[in-house]
Write a protein that binds this ligand. Structure first.
Ligand code: GLN
Length: 476
């Protein structure tokens, strides 16, 4: 990796502002790195350096941005990791991407992902799996695996992902970088190809907490095109805290123990010790309904997906199979162009919503969701932040879980309850297990991003986690 691609986004912005770095030169270095990427992290890379003459006056000064494939980008392939959208170039750009462009980022590339964001390993992409830059025989996590791998490998300073049940936090953890899932609704979903609309949320990936805060600070805000979007009352500040004095951290007693790899648990315990050393107190909190999160999520998300994916019928978007009549055309298109996990979710979702089963499955899952939200609200009466490992294990070998969907779904054990509650959470690399990164998840009440980012910043300084091994892995 060249020195330029080594820069954090903030360092690059400062250097451009000081006249020490030319934005075009930075873009060219990142474009060369992305074009040479051999992790399969990108599905499209900009073929030329854009005109960045005006960008130097903007807050983000032309710094290149990698964007998950499912964000619509005008005139640029937006395929959501699916064969059914192969070559699809939307006529408009997603609000989150447009806002970042207005703030001065430039589109470096689109990143690989699990098809329609369904997965935890990036192995459900129609465009092939992504390799983890720390160990190429392992998955990068998913569904935003391409964004996480690209940032970890130094091919992009920062990236956009989406998180429905863990898809920013888990790949960030597996690739040793920082990822934030913001409060549901704080970033517009307009132009994001929908998976589960009551859960989908866009957020940033970067190598530092500061860069994550900076990117998010230019993404959030009410958007009249997304009725579920809400404006924040506060601005997002660049975090500077280096202590945790007076901060009460809660460890859920219901979500720890069984099923967590010992190396992950050891890194988590060490992280708690570091937090205590910075002045935090650590106590147990009860989230009695959180263990039902996975079951509720894997009914609600497929139910919403079965409805959202009905639009892919061979008529309005993307691929169309040849057939003799209209009904056969619909069924053949969906049969031929959706991958197996997407079909599984559509079947589960349609079943859960069908008459006679709706109350037993969908309505029951919604009740569990309400109870989980109340658990978090009660827990935040006593603690400032809730902390868990981001994922029960380290990045696993490619192919290890592809034949066992339930084992794959367990990856989301710690992330999914937070998604159901709509609250924000960040994954921060806190150490290594078997040479692979371990993520610490910090969750707070709705709109507490500033609190989460401040605590993460203090911990980041104390952990001193070095993301360099990823780069050594990438070039070995
Ligand atoms: N792994 C989860 C799933 O497969 C979450 C995916 C996501 O957050 N998009 O649904």
């Amino acid at each position: 990796m060249s020195e330029l691609t080594d820069l954090t986004a903030k360092a690059a912005i400062d250097a451009i502002a000081a006249g020490d770095l030319d934005a075009t030169e930075l873009f060219d270095a990142c474009r060369a790195a992305a074009a040479a990427d051999d992790l399969n992290a990108f599905t499209w890379v900009a073929d030329q350096v854009p005109d960045l003459s005006g960008a130097a006056a903007l807050p983000l000064r032309g710094v290149p941005l990698a964007v998950k494939d499912l964000f619509c980008t005008e005139g640029v392939p937006s395929q959501a990791g699916s064969k059914i959208l192969e070559g699809y170039c939307p006529p408009y750009t997603a609000t989150a991407v447009a806002r970042l462009a207005e703030a001065g980022t430039s589109l470096l590339g689109k990143t690989n992902q699990d098809e329609f964001a369904m997965g935890s390993s990036n192995e459900n992409s129609a465009y092939g799996p992504v390799q983890n830059p720390w160990d190429r025989s392992r998955v990068p996590g998913g569904s935003s695996g391409g964004s996480a791998a690209a940032v970890a490998a130094g091919h992009a300073p920062w990236a956009l992902g989406t998180d429905t049940g863990g898809s920013i936090r888990q790949p960030a953890a597996h690739c040793g970088i920082v990822g934030l899932k913001p409060t549901y609704g704080s970033v517009s979903r307009y132009g994001m190809i929908a998976f589960a609309s009551s859960l989908d949320q866009a957020g940033p990936f970067a190598r530092t907490v500061e860069d994550v805060a900076l990117l998010y600070s230019h993404m959030h805000g009410r958007d009249p095109r997304d009725a579920t979007s809400v404006g924040r009352d506060d601005a997002i500040a660049l975090p500077t805290a280096d202590r945790l004095d007076g901060i009460r951290l809660g460890v859920p007693e219901d979500l720890t123990g069984e099923g967590i790899e010992p190396g992950v648990m050891a890194a988590f315990e060490a992280a708690l010790e570091t937090a205590r050393g910075l002045g935090a107190t650590v106590e147990r909190v009860a989230l009695p309904n959180a263990p039902y999160g996975l079951s509720a999520y894997y009914v609600i998300a497929p139910a919403e997906a079965s409805s959202n994916l009905a639009r892919f019928d061979g008529v309005r978007y993307g691929a169309r199979a040849e057939a003799d009549d209209l009904l056969s055309m619909y069924t053949k298109t969906r049969h031929d162009y959706f991958g197996p996990e997407v079909k599984r979710r559509i079947l589960i979702g349609t079943y859960a919503l069908s008459s006679g089963f709706y109350d037993a499955y969908y309505a029951g899952a919604q009740k569990a969701r309400t109870l989980i939200s109340r658990d978090f609200a009660a827990a935040f009466g006593g603690v400032d932040l809730i902390v868990t490992p981001t994922s029960p294990g380290i990045a696993f070998p490619l192919g290890a879980k592809t034949d066992d969907p339930l084992a794959m779904y367990l990856e989301d054990y710690f992330t999914v309850p937070i998604s159901l509650a709509g609250i924000p959470a960040l994954s921060l690399p806190c150490g290594l297990s078997e040479g692979m990164p371990v993520g610490l998840q910090l969750a707070g009440p709705a709109f507490s991003e500033n609190r989460i980012l401040a605590a993460a910043h203090a911990l980041e300084g104390a952990f001193g986690f070095d993301s360099t091994p990823s780069r050594i892995g990438a070039t070995a």
